[in-house]
Ligand binder design. Structure first.
Ligand code: HEM
Length: 273
C-alpha cells in the first residue's frame, strides 16, 4: 500500500480535516497544528429559482391556454361568413354571457384577466429561460440545424411579433383607437355590437389585411413548435402518444392559421362585406 493513500480514519467529504491529522503532509500555510484548517467553500450548484422545470411547465400550461383560446377564437371568427347579423349577435352574446349572474361584460372581463395573467407568466418564463440558455451556451452556437429547426429557432421572434399583434389588434377591433382602427369604428353598446362592420372596415385597408395575413402565418409557426414543446415538456414518452401529439400540434396550428388567414383574404376579395 502506498504511504500516500488515505488511512481508514481519513476525513469523509463532509468532515473538516484537522491540522493534527494532515492527509498530504504538514500544513504549508503556517497555521498552528491542532487548529482546524479554513476550508475553501464548496462550489455551490444550487439551481436558480424558479427551477427550469417550473418555468417549462408554466410555459406549457399557459401556452396550452393560448392555443385553446386562438382555436376557439378562430372558430368564432369564421362566423363572419354567416353574415353581419350572426357575427354581431355572437359578439353581443360574449358581452352578455352569464347575465344576470354577472354584470354586462362580466364573463368577458374574467377571460381578459385570465388571458393577461397567462400572457405575463408565458412571456416572463420565456425571458428567464432564454437568459439561462444564453448563459449556459456561452459563445458556442449550434450550427447546421437546417430548415426543420426553423420554427424552434424563430420562437422568440414570432412570439415578439405576436405580442405586437395583440396590442395592434385590441386597438383596432376592441378599443377602436385611431389611426390603428378604421375611421368608421363603432363601439359596442349594451344593446348591440358592430363587430362585423368594424372587422370589414379594418381589413378593407390592404396594409392592415397584409399585416393580419403575415402574422397569422407566424402564429402557425409559433403554434406548431409550441404545441410540440408541450408534448415534450409534459413528459410524453410513448411512441404512439408522441405521434398523436405531433399530429394534434400540426392540425391545430394549420387550422388556426388557415381559418384566420382566409378572413382578410375574403374581405379584400369582396367575398365578405
Ligand atoms: C384573422 C385573425 C383574427 C380575426 C379576424 C380576429 C377578430 C377579432 C374580433 C372581430 C374581435 C373583437 C370582438 C368583439 O368586439 O367582440 C377580436 C378581439 C380579440 N382578439 Fe382577435 N381576431 C383574429 C386573431 C386573433 C389572434 C391570433 C389573437 C391572439 C393571439 C386574437 C386575440 C384577440 C383578443 C385578445 C381580443 C380582445 C377581446 C376583448 O377583450 O374584447 N385575435 N378579434
Amino acid at each position: 500500500m502506498s504511504s500516500r493513500s488515505p488511512s481508514p480514519s481519513a476525513s469523509s467529504p463532509t468532515e473538516v480535516p484537522s491540522r493534527s491529522a494532515p492527509i498530504d503532509g504538514p500544513p504549508i500555510d503556517g497555521t498552528p497544528i491542532g487548529v482546524p484548517a479554513a476550508v475553501a467553500p464548496m462550489p455551490t450548484t444550487r439551481p436558480p429559482l424558479p427551477s427550469t422545470v417550473t418555468l417549462k411547465v408554466t410555459m406549457a400550461l399557459t401556452g396550452t391556454v393560448f392555443a385553446l383560446f386562438v382555436l376557439v377564437h378562430m372558430i368564432g371568427n369564421l362566423k363572419v361568413y354567416t353574415g353581419a347579423e350572426h357575427f354581431d349577435a355572437y359578439a353581443h352574446w360574449l358581452r352578455t354571457l352569464l347575465e344576470p349572474l354577472l354584470p354586462y361584460e362580466g364573463a368577458l372581463w374574467i377571460f381578459r384577466v385570465v388571458l393577461l395573467a397567462c400572457l405575463i407568466a408565458h412571456v416572463g418564463a420565456s425571458v428567464m429561460l432564454i437568459g439561462r440558455a444564453h448563459r449556459a451556451r456561452g459563445r458556442f452556437r449550434r450550427r447546421g440545424m437546417g430548415l426543420r429547426r426553423l420554427p424552434a429557432t424563430l420562437m422568440p421572434y414570432t412570439g415578439l411579433v405576436l405580442l405586437v399583434f395583440i396590442v395592434v389588434h385590441i386597438l383596432d377591433l376592441t378599443t377602436g383607437t385611431r389611426p390603428v382602427a378604421s375611421s368608421s369604428f363603432e363601439s359596442a353598446t349594451a344593446d348591440a355590437s358592430s363587430a362585423h362592420h368594424n372587422l370589414v372596415e379594418s381589413l378593407q385597408r390592404w396594409p392592415m389585411a397584409l399585416f393580419y395575413i403575415v402574422v397569422m402565418g407566424l402564429l402557425g409557426l409559433h403554434l406548431v413548435h409550441g404545441l410540440w414543446s408541450v408534448v415534450n415538456d409534459l413528459g410524453a414518452t410513448g411512441r404512439r402518444v408522441r405521434q398523436a401529439g405531433a399530429v394534434i400540434a400540426l392540425v391545430v396550428a394549420a387550422a388556426v392559421m388557415i381559418g384566420n388567414i382566409s378572413i382578410p383574404i375574403a374581405v379584400l376579395a369582396g367575398a365578405v362585406g
